[in-house]
Design a protein around this ligand. Sequence first.
Ligand SMILES: Cc1cc2nc3c(=O)[nH]c(=O)nc-3n(C[C@H](O)[C@H](O)[C@H](O)COP(=O)(O)O)c2cc1C
Length: 344
Amino acid sequence: MIWDELKKPFLILAPMEGVTDIMFRQVIAKAGRPDLFFTEFTNVSSYASEKGRWNALERLETAPTDSPIIAQIWGKNPEHFAMCAKDLEKLGFSGIDLNFGCPDKHVNKAGGGAAMIKTPELAVECFRNASKSTNLPVSIKTRLGWDKKEEFEIWLKTLLSEHPAALTVHLRTKKEMSKVPAHYELIPEIVKLRSEISPQTKLIINGDIKDHAHTLELHQKYPEVDGFMIGRGVFANPYCFTDHQPTQEELMELLKLHLDLYEKYENMLSRSIFADVANTERPSPVTTGARERSEKACSHIFPYEPLKHFFKIYVNNFPGAKELRAKLMETHSVKEAKEILKKA
Ligand SMILES: Cc1cc2nc3c(=O)[nH]c(=O)nc-3n(C[C@H](O)[C@H](O)[C@H](O)COP(=O)(O)O)c2cc1C
């Protein structure tokens, strides 16, 4: 089981919706991989519906360099958790993580993410349903509480009593979003809870961790913590899982790789969808649907605009970076971006 194979203190790239997709994970693998990847979160009820499964499966695509990788899911319907967990085992993931911490208002309105903190019985039911449907280890990622950090004592106790394979605690409440410093001062109490209630559960700490050096500092201070998860640290330095300070050339190579991967997956996924529609006999994880629906979906699988959010990661902190970034932000396609880079 993956969680037992990881050496302490292990490092994880945090799941980040719209960021840690199949392309960005490969960029990070090239720069310096963490011990474990997570997918972006996928909604179990979308997966359970014919209309949404197609999109859900696309989010769950993985590349060979992703392995080992955990699939993260969210929702509020226990049956859908069971159904999704069962299928994820077939898709080759090393584990399943349940998101009980997302503060997004749409997610919370739908009863998922951090809203689970307010419905602990349902959270437990979803966890049990997922666990009994798969042989994969099931873990949980959550926050300290909904609006008071003191809630962690009861909430984490509830979760630990279910003995998840791993528990990642983002050291803030839902109300705090990411606006206050992470509450590192609570780590000793959380460690104690874990040791008392479920010593076999791996404890992972998340929030404001910058890079590898920072994880070593935290490990010295809190040796009982098993692993550390870095999210926004990759924006400041995509090499954050190593001690390497990248050169401008290395960052530009990562940008080129990201652009190449975008082109590769844009072509590959479009082709697989059309092949799937053309041959409904072929068993495929992609649910077959009407050609019209697939064609429509294809046109917005890979919108170019969101790709531009990544440019600042690579084109930053060197003379002329601001000007080059401004030119890249004016582009409308990978081809245009590549032409600008050729001239730079
Ligand atoms: C853009 C963005 C998207 C995120 N999407 C997810 C997600 O899909 N699942 C999840 O569990 N957390 C998600 N998070 C939260 C991160 O995983 C992490 O808990 C949070 O950023 C705190 O860690 P950090 O201070 O290292 O960034 C997201 C955060 C960001 C910034």
